[in-house]
Design a protein. Structure first.
Length: 172
């Protein structure tokens, strides 16, 4: 037990003697570093005071609500163009117009018929006044080269416009 105490005393003395070395060079380095660079903080930026804004356009038209240019002074639509929702649908109105193709022409008792093939390869007879396509396309003319029709499509601002379309013979 005596030896353990002696060993621990020797170790403690060595530790104390190692710590008691001359550290003046370390202290001078720390002092020099502290005095060499003094940190600075940027000044707080000055902000402009808030200026309130008074909105004077409250009585003008709301830009986020659709505005129909076809309206007259009383707010009534001047355009009477609307799809007829009460009209019975015809068989070729379930297909998009670009999936239909004209495959021929038929004349029967001075009446001209167009022959239209649908995507299911069924041929239909059509004449002027019939409808086809999904945009209320009414046939206006049939000749040897094409079938012409007028479609009623939305104009994007709550109304409808007419658009000319055609299906050429042999085309799709």
């Amino acid at each position: 037990m005596n030896t353990i105490i002696r060993i621990s005393l020797c170790t403690g003395l060595l530790t104390i003697s190692a710590c008691s070395q001359n550290v003046s060079d370390l202290q001078s380095f720390i002092a020099q570093t502290k005095s060499a660079h003094v940190g600075s903080v940027k000044a707080i930026p000055q902000f402009k005071p808030y200026e309130s804004f008074s909105y004077s356009a409250a009585d003008l038209r709301d830009p986020f609500v659709a505005h129909n240019n076809l309206e007259d002074s009383e707010g009534m639509k001047t355009s009477l163009l609307n799809p007829d929702s009460t009209r019975p649908r015809q068989p070729l109105e379930i297909f998009p117009l670009d999936t239909l193709s004209m495959v021929g022409l038929l004349e029967q008792n001075t009446q001209l018929w167009g022959l239209i093939k649908d995507p299911q390869n069924i041929v239909h007879r059509v004449q002027v006044g019939h409808y086809m396509g999904q945009s209320e396309g009414r046939i206006t003319e049939i000749n040897e080269s094409a079938i012409y029709l007028v479609e009623i499509i939305p104009d994007g601002i709550g109304g409808y416009i007419e658009r000319d379309a055609s299906i050429a013979i042999g085309g799709q």
